[in-house]
Design a protein around this ligand. Structure first.
Ligand code: GRF
Length: 229
């Protein structure tokens, strides 16, 4: 199956870390291919060459790159400049974090104001921050006694799992849930919610005021304003 031309629609860069399975990346690529998103993944950037998400990208014919923070001795600015060079070369318009475990360097955030999104497998701001990923986040939800969990798609700032919330969806927590069964219930909801949020940002339908976002009705966005945020 051929990948849609990267010149069609909004150009999305997806950033992943070494352990990313790439299921959110897959959902984004599938939505581009089906036409649900008028967009194309113009580059998938991983922190490690062996990231499983890179194989999915290659399979779909998406360009890939590896920018390793280690190569820059964890010098955040140098790493950020290297990321930025790849993003600019790919002419990315929106950045989607999908299993990206680091804080994005400020130099990258500054270049993509309100155009960096993240998906988190729980309801923020309750279950986020450093170390709150994968198994840990679902265990924390179960231990809290919450009867619902869900996912959050938010705009990214300089803190972990922080920034104005775009969309949230809930799922029930069942009495017999383990972290694995809860994670399995949340994951498909993440995929659908992430695609919906990307569509809103790509169509320029998000207005941000402080910590809050407001979704403009489709008709309120003039055609020529779309994709300009
Ligand atoms: C997802 O659970 C996402 O919410 C979190 O990292 C995980 C990545 O999973 N930020 P995948 O690589 O997209 O399958």
């Amino acid at each position: 199956m051929s990948h849609p031309s990267a010149t069609q629609g909004t150009r999305i860069a997806v950033l992943v870390s070494g352990h990313s399975r790439g299921s959110n990346l897959q959902a984004i690529m599938d939505a581009c291919r089906s036409g649900e998103l008028k967009a194309a993944v113009c580059i998938v950037i991983a922190t490690r060459r062996d990231a499983p998400a890179l194989a999915r990208a290659a399979q779909a014919g998406c360009p890939t790159a590896v920018v390793s923070p280690k190569k820059y001795d964890n010098d955040d600015h140098a790493y950020g400049e290297a990321l930025l060079a790849v993003l600019k070369n790919a002419r990315a318009e929106i950045i989607c974090l999908a299993g990206y475990m680091r804080r994005l360097p400020p130099v990258v955030l500054a270049a993509f104001p309100q155009r960096v999104l993240n998906v988190h497998p729980a309801l923020l701001p309750l279950f986020g921050g450093k170390g709150m990923f994968g198994e840990h986040v679902h265990r924390a939800v179960l231990e809290s006694g919450m009867k619902v969990s869900g996912c959050t798609v938010h705009l990214v700032d300089e803190e972990y799992d922080h920034g104005p919330i775009l969309l949230q969806e809930t799922v029930p927590v069942h009495d017999d849930d383990t972290w694995e069964t809860l994670a399995a219930r949340v994951l498909p909801v993440e995929h659908a919610t992430y695609v919906r949020a990307i569509k809103l940002v790509a169509e320029g339908r998000v207005r941000v005021e402080g910590n809050r976002t407001f979704i403009l009705p489709e008709a309120a966005v003039a055609h020529e304003d779309r994709r300009t945020l």
